[in-house]
Design a protein around this ligand. Structure first.
Ligand code: UDP
Ligand code: MG
Length: 160
């Protein structure tokens, strides 16, 4: 086998993960951070934040016409959210997998939604659905100087 490892290596990506107001209220912030941290992903940004309608209309732009949208706005502005950037190989898709399905009842046990939630309107977390939306969402929720580049001493132990 002469093919170099770098030829098959997945791209390093960033994703936007957000703990929704129910996740914050229920004391799940540490648990959710822990899962990303212990898997080996690298934290790029983190803050507790009170979202407003204007920001959420931008974040959920594609859902504005849905019947659940007014309820979604009310839910998402009902208390602080926890905004995060996580970095690593294939983290956009892996992050969605760790969250589970949009509907918690379709989420496998072991996923965040499958372990901690029951209904779609209180599904405790958000994760970007593509690299393009991740980059858009990171720009929307964070100022440039809030997202840090730093040397992770675990890198050589997490990646081959
Ligand atoms: N949502 C809802 N009812 C629905 C579908 C979605 O309340 O029937 C909410 C739910 O909180 C979901 C969010 O709207 O997480 C965004 O929906 P999307 O389809 O983007 O799901 P996600 O990407 O969060 O899995
Ligand atoms: Mg979505």
């Amino acid at each position: 086998l002469t093919r170099s490892r770098s030829a098959v290596r997945m791209a390093m990506e960033r994703t936007y993960i957000m703990i929704k107001p129910d996740g914050v209220q229920r004391g799940l912030v540490g648990e959710i951070i822990k899962r990303f941290e212990q898997r080996g992903y690298k934290l790029g940004a983190l803050k507790l934040y009170q979202a407003n309608e204007d920001l959420l209309r931008k974040h959920y732009g594609d859902l504005q016409e849905k019947p659940f949208f007014p309820g979604l706005l009310k839910y998402m502005t009902s208390g602080p959210v926890t905004c995060m950037v996580w970095e690593g190989e294939n983290v956009v898709r892996m992050g969605r997998q760790m969250l589970g399905e949009t509907n918690p009842q379709a989420s496998a046990p072991g996923t965040i939604r499958g372990d901690f939630s029951i209904v779609v309107g209180r599904n405790i977390c958000h994760g970007s659905d593509s690299v393009a939306s991740a980059e858009k969402e990171i720009k929307l929720w964070f100022d440039d100087n809030e997202v840090l580049a730093w040397k992770d001493h675990s890198h050589a132990w997490v990646y081959e």
